[in-house]
Design a protein around this ligand. Structure first.
Ligand code: ZN
Length: 194
């Protein structure tokens, strides 16, 4: 059964909360993301406040694939290897892709409700991040979107060299403009790795 393009439209979950619209520019080079077949990545980080029954978006951005790759290549070689190894060991990527290709039976909400590494669901998480690979106004069919728990993200960060952590901190400082109370919490956390 051919994939219906409507089914691959970027869900509102991945719209910019700041504008209420789809992301349209790369946070780094300001390239137009919605024109043509530009590939890019959207990342959002959330924190829950169970006492207040509230949910905050801590940061959100979109970055073109060229800038994302450049950032990844500026990580140290040992960090890049460690990240790739971690995801190879903990995530069944082929199975995820198989699911996404069966788009008529694939439930994106269910898929994003579960940490891709730990299998924990959102109701049991305090912190989590979501990543969506896109092309124009659609989800990329080559890389399924995913959710990753704070715990799994921490495990990845522990594998990184100090040089790579410096790169990530510079990226966070330059582009994400986090308020001081979140700086420590989500320091080193932009992923862009899978
Ligand atoms: Zn860019």
């Amino acid at each position: 059964m051919p994939v219906n393009p409507e089914d691959l439209k970027i869900p509102e979950l991945f719209y910019s909360e700041a504008s209420g619209k789809p992301f349209d520019t790369c946070i780094d080079c300001n390239k137009d993301l919605l024109r043509g077949n530009q590939e890019y990545v959207i990342e959002k980080a959330f924190k829950k406040y169970p006492d207040y029954n509230a949910n905050d978006t801590i940061f959100e951005y979109a970055i073109c694939i060229e800038c994302a790759e450049q950032l990844f290549m500026s990580f140290s070689e040992s960090s890049r290897k460690a990240i790739e190894e971690y995801f190879k060991q903990h995530v069944d990527i082929e199975n995820q892709l198989k699911n996404l290709s069966k788009i008529d039976t694939f439930n994106l909400d269910d898929h994003l409700n579960k940490c891709m590494v730990k299998g924990v669901t959102i109701e049991n998480l305090q912190e989590y991040q979501m990543v969506c690979y896109c092309r124009g106004n659609q989800i990329s069919i080559f890389r399924p979107p995913y959710m990753i728990s704070g715990e799994a993200a921490d495990e990845v960060m522990q594998l990184l060299s100090n040089a790579t952590i410096d790169v990530l901190n510079r990226f966070t400082d330059e582009f994400l403009g986090l308020p001081p109370e979140f700086k420590d919490l989500f320091k080193d956390k932009p992923m862009l790795v899978f």
